[in-house]
Write a protein that binds this ligand. Structure first.
Ligand SMILES: [Mg+2]
Length: 305
C-alpha cells in the first residue's frame, strides 16, 4: 500500500467523522420533535456544519499526512490554532481551558495532567478525533495503539480518556481491514477484537458488557446499560458507539441513524460511529446527498495552508 492510499483512507475516515458530527449536531433540539424526525427518518433543518469533533480530527489527519506519525507538540499547536480560528464549534469547558492555557504559553503536559484535580480528563474528546489513525495504519494494530495514545495524551491523560481513543482507533482499523480484504465478522467478534486490545479499565469492561446487549433492545434500555454520552465521558460514550458500529459495519446510513437515536452526546457519538463505519461500508451505500451536503473538512479553514 502506498502512502497516498493510506492518506486517502485516513481522509475517508475524516469524511465519516464530519458527516456523523454535522448530522448528529442537527438533532439537538426539542426532544419530542427530534424523536419524530428519527421515527420518520427526516433530517431537521440544518446547515450541515461540523463541530469540534471534526475540527480536532483534521489536525490528527494532518499529522499523519505531514509526519506519518503524531508529533504531540505540533498536534496541540494545531488544536490551539484551530480553536482560535473559531471558538464557536461546541468545545467542552475543559477542552477550552486546556487550549487557552496552552495558547498562552503553558506546557501541555502539565496542563493536561492538571485538570480534574490532577486526575486528567476522562472525557470523550480524544475518542472523537482519532479514527484517521486507525484507517491509516489499519494493518498495524500496535502502531495504531501507540499513535492513538500519543494523540490522546495532549489533552486526555486519564487512562479512561486514553482507552476510549485506543478503542475507536482499533475499531476503525478493524473496519478498514475488513473492507479491503473483503471479509465480514459478527458484531460479537468485532466487539471482542476491540476489547482484547484495551487496558484493564472501566471502559473495557463496559465494552465487554455490550456483548450481551441484543441489537433488538429498545434504545432506552440500551441507554440504561451503556449510556448515551450525557456525562461527556468515555465510559458512557465509547461502549455504545462501538456497539452501534459493530452491528452496522456494512451500513453507514443505518449506523448513523441508530447513533443519533440514543440522543445524548449525539454529534460525538455519530462522529465516532461515522469514522468507523464509513470504512467498512460499500461505496454505493453511503448517501451521496449527505456527502455533498456536509461542510468539507478538506477545504475548510482548519486545514493548514
Ligand atoms: Mg462536537
Amino acid at each position: 500500500m502506498t502512502e497516498l492510499q493510506r492518506i486517502a483512507l485516513a481522509q475517508k475516515s475524516l469524511k465519516g467523522i464530519s458527516i456523523g458530527d454535522a448530522f448528529g449536531e442537527s438533532f439537538f433540539g426539542e426532544t419530542d420533535q427530534m424523536l419524530n424526525h428519527i421515527r420518520e427518518r427526516t433530517i431537521p433543518a440544518t446547515s450541515w456544519e461540523f463541530t469540534d469533533d471534526t475540527v480536532m480530527a483534521i489536525a490528527v489527519f494532518e499529522q499523519l499526512k505531514i509526519n506519518k506519525t503524531i508529533d504531540q507538540n505540533q498536534l496541540i499547536e494545531h488544536f490551539v490554532i484551530n480553536h482560535n480560528k473559531d471558538v464557536n464549534r461546541g468545545y467542552g469547558a475543559t477542552a477550552r481551558r486546556i487550549l487557552r492555557e496552552v495558547g498562552e504559553g503553558g506546557s501541555w503536559k502539565e496542563i493536561a495532567q492538571g485538570v480534574f484535580e490532577g486526575m486528567g480528563s476522562m472525557g470523550n474528546g480524544a475518542s472523537m478525533r482519532v479514527s484517521p489513525i486507525g484507517a491509516y495504519y489499519f494493518d498495524d494494530l500496535e502502531r495504531v495503539k501507540e499513535l492513538a495514545i500519543k494523540s490522546a495524551e495532549v489533552t486526555h491523560t486519564n487512562i479512561e480518556g486514553i482507552t476510549g481513543a485506543i478503542a475507536v482507533a482499533v475499531a476503525t482499523a478493524i473496519a478498514t481491514k475488513l473492507k479491503l480484504e473483503n471479509q465480514s465478522i459478527s458484531p460479537i467478534e468485532f466487539i471482542q477484537q476491540v476489547a482484547d486490545e484495551l487496558p484493564d479499565t472501566d471502559t473495557q469492561s463496559k465494552i465487554r458488557k455490550s456483548l450481551a446487549v441484543p441489537y433488538s433492545y429498545h434504545i432506552e434500555t440500551v441507554k440504561t446499560i451503556l449510556g448515551n454520552g450525557s456525562k461527556i465521558m468515555v465510559q458512557d460514550t465509547v461502549p455504545f458507539s462501538i456497539w452501534c458500529a459493530a452491528h452496522n459495519l456494512s451500513n453507514f446510513e443505518e449506523a448513523i441513524w441508530k447513533a443519533v437515536s440514543i440522543l445524548g452526546d449525539r454529534d460525538t457519538i455519530a462522529a465516532i460511529v461515522g469514522g468507523i463505519t464509513i470504512m467498512s461500508t460499500a461505496e454505493n451505500k453511503i448517501p451521496l446527498n449527505w456527502v455533498d451536503s456536509v461542510e468539507n473538512p478538506m477545504t475548510s479553514p482548519f486545514i493548514k495552508k
